[in-house]
Design a binder for this molecule. Structure first.
Ligand code: ATP
Ligand code: MG
Length: 570
């Protein structure tokens, strides 16, 4: 089992409201929240934020959090998504216990509430077509016009509504509308549609219904039926709150939950909208919802992210009342911070360049003692990494004609091999046709093991792996999906800003042989000087280790932009 650390929590405006309610004895001091996904896609990290909030508050105040599938739209939904959503919520570390609900389970009760509304003179069946309804609604600056059916007798609406349910009418010919105020400055209050005809079977209720409730009606009532106390939702529902309260005020409901809005999470260099994510899949940019580049929970899991890092990130981005974009670097820092103290380090050469150490005997092997946790050697002890006459170093740790500040290997220069000797480059072998450097010859200083060199400075230390004892590996180097911070907001099509190198597959990487002892499928490592990697349990085979790069040690994006990640939440 991985170590799990409790999330470090902060204060925020919702916590303040909840604590005040508890102090005042509102809802008998109870806290009941819910996470209400629409099962029309996989969850993304924005949903994770909502999950962490809702389940987090419930846990913090001894309450409960319901998992409610908001499955009122029969057209877009699929059971595949229901199972995937449950898996993701569980993986994030939350448990809804017996509190799994489906809005579709309430269809009969919702229908009864709709009849109650009609009987109270608060709803009517309207026979305007969809275009007419839109036209009658008016605009933000112009009041709407009343439907000619608005004042029809209650009896008549009730009869028509029952016949709508019975399937007597075609789609689009009739709707049930709330009777509120066509002159309201809030368009949501201009006699909104409550029920519409959809002759579509529903994944859970089959052919039982041919009328379906609208979100605004179903959501507040589902909350009230379940005894939710704090109904947290994203900012775009702020203008819907008067309607949420209106329905609950008209009807004889068991409770009146409080809707509280917060800003949705947006992250730079990606998109958090199911519609756009679906487009990436449909156009073959990624392999599916679980592609490791996707900001979906499934994708992040496949990439190697930990639930702890996502929970901590969700907490650290804070809660705002205005929409903003959080820097992707913050998410990347969250996984670095989580993994740095809890995964062992190894050396892995990504793009090998062979180095022959001329003054080291051919048959000799020395085992270099190297701690798995250099900052805390006792934690897991040491591995013995073999040092041999031929080793691999990174191609880019050598430059034939280096600039002044290059502290790695170059002709005539010295470098320290991590946990081993100092070597000096004495010769460079090139491919006679291409001029490419294919091999280096070096000498080692036998006196340099574990000691500072005498009379000279060696500034650089590089990682390396024995050429004949190293273990081959495939590395999938993942990077951001887009090249601009706000692909959806640049104007134009977000697909124009795809990062062409969001995946680079390295097929001839070499890892020190200790990987055979510690390389359990699903294990995570820090490869020295490179980054954090996940030994992919699905893609690896008995004879090939396949690693996903979760995140590099330092992002080239940060170097370009010259700054660590901060949340722009002001
Ligand atoms: P999308 O726009 O990606 O399709 P959605 O809001 O339609 O998302 P739902 O399944 O309806 O997705 O959302 C379930 C819950 O998750 C809702 O309470 C919603 O407010 C919340 N949620 C969705 N996206 C975000 C986000 N980016 N940040 C915070 N909460 C979110
Ligand atoms: Mg939605």
């Amino acid at each position: 089992m991985p170590e799990t650390q409790p999330t470090r929590k902060r204060g925020n405006f919702i916590r303040t409201i909840i604590e005040r309610d508890i102090a005042q004895g509102k809802n008998n001091g109870q806290v009941v929240t819910r996470f209400p996904p629409e099962p029309n896609g996989y969850l993304h990290i924005g949903h994770a934020k909502s999950i962490c909030l809702n389940f987090g508050f419930a846990a913090d105040y001894n309450g409960r959090c319901h998992l409610r599938f908001d499955d009122t739209n029969p057209i877009k939904e699929d059971v595949e998504f229901i199972e995937a959503i449950k898996e993701d919520v569980r993986w994030l570390g939350f448990d809804w216990g017996k509190y799994e609900y489906h809005a579709s389970d309430y269809f009969e009760r919702l229908y009864q509430y709709a009849e109650e509304l009609i009987m109270k003179g608060k709803a009517y069946v309207c026979e305007l077509g969809p275009d007419e309804i839109r036209e009658y609604r008016g605009t933000p600056t112009q009041p709407g016009r009343e439907s000619p059916y608005r004042n029809r007798p209650i009896r008549e609406s009730l009869d028509l509504f029952r016949r709508m349910r019975a399937g007597e009418f075609a789609e689009g010919t009739r709707v049930l509308r709330a009777k509120i105020d066509m002159a309201s400055p809030n368009l949501n209050m201009r006699d909104p549609v409550v029920y519409r005809i959809r002759k579509q079977p529903h994944p859970r209720t089959g052919d039982k219904w041919c009328i379906y409730p609208m979100y605004d009606f179903a959501h507040c009532l589902s909350d009230a039926i379940e005894g939710v106390t704090h109904s947290l939702c994203t900012l775009e529902f702020e203008d819907h709150r008067p309607l949420y309260d209106w329905f609950l005020d008209q009807l004889d409901v068991p409770s009146h939950p409080q809707q509280i809005e917060f800003a949705r999470l947006n992250i730079s260099y990606t998109v958090l909208s199911k519609r756009m994510l679906r487009q990436l899949i449909d156009e073959g940019v990624v392999t599916g919802w679980g592609d490791p580049r996707m900001p979906t929970i499934k994708g992040l899991r496949k990439r190697g992210y930990t639930p702890e890092s996502i929970r901590q990130f969700s907490e650290d981005v804070g809660l705002a009342k205005a929409n903003s974009i959080v820097d992707m670097a913050m998410l990347e820092n969250a996984i670095r911070d989580d993994l740095d103290p809890k995964v062992p380090r190894l050396m892995c050469v990504h793009k090998p360049l062979k180095v022959v150490i001329d003054n080291y005997e051919e048959s000799r092997v020395e085992y270099m003692k190297a701690p798995y946790y250099p900052n805390d050697p006792e934690k897991m002890g040491y591995r013995q990494t073999p040092f041999t006459r031929e080793i691999f170093i990174e191609q880019d740790d050598f430059m034939e004609d280096p600039p002044k500040k290059f502290f790695r290997l170059a002709p005539g220069r010295e470098v320290r091999l991590r946990f081993s000797y100092i070597i000096k480059c004495v010769d460079v072998v090139k491919d006679p046709r291409t001029g490419e450097v294919i091999e280096l010859h070096c000498t080692y200083d036998p006196d340099s093991l574990g000691k500072k060199p005498v009379g000279r400075k060696v500034k650089g230390t590089i990682h390396w792996v024995s050429a004949n004892q190293g273990v081959p590996a495939i590395l999938k180097l993942y990077d951001r999906l887009f090249t601009v911070p706000n692909p959806a907001g640049e104007g134009g099509n977000f697909m124009d800003y795809l990062n062409p190198s969001s995946l680079e597959v390295v097929r001839n990487a070499v890892i020190e042989p200790a990987i055979k002892d510690v390389g359990k499928p699903g294990a995570r490592f820090q490869f020295e000087r490179k980054g954090f990697y996940f030994l992919d349990p699905e893609d690896s085979t008995p004879d090939m280790f396949v690693f996903n790069r979760i995140v590099s040690l330092k992002s080239k994006w940060e170097r370009i932009r010259g700054g660590a990640g901060t949340a722009h939440t002001k």
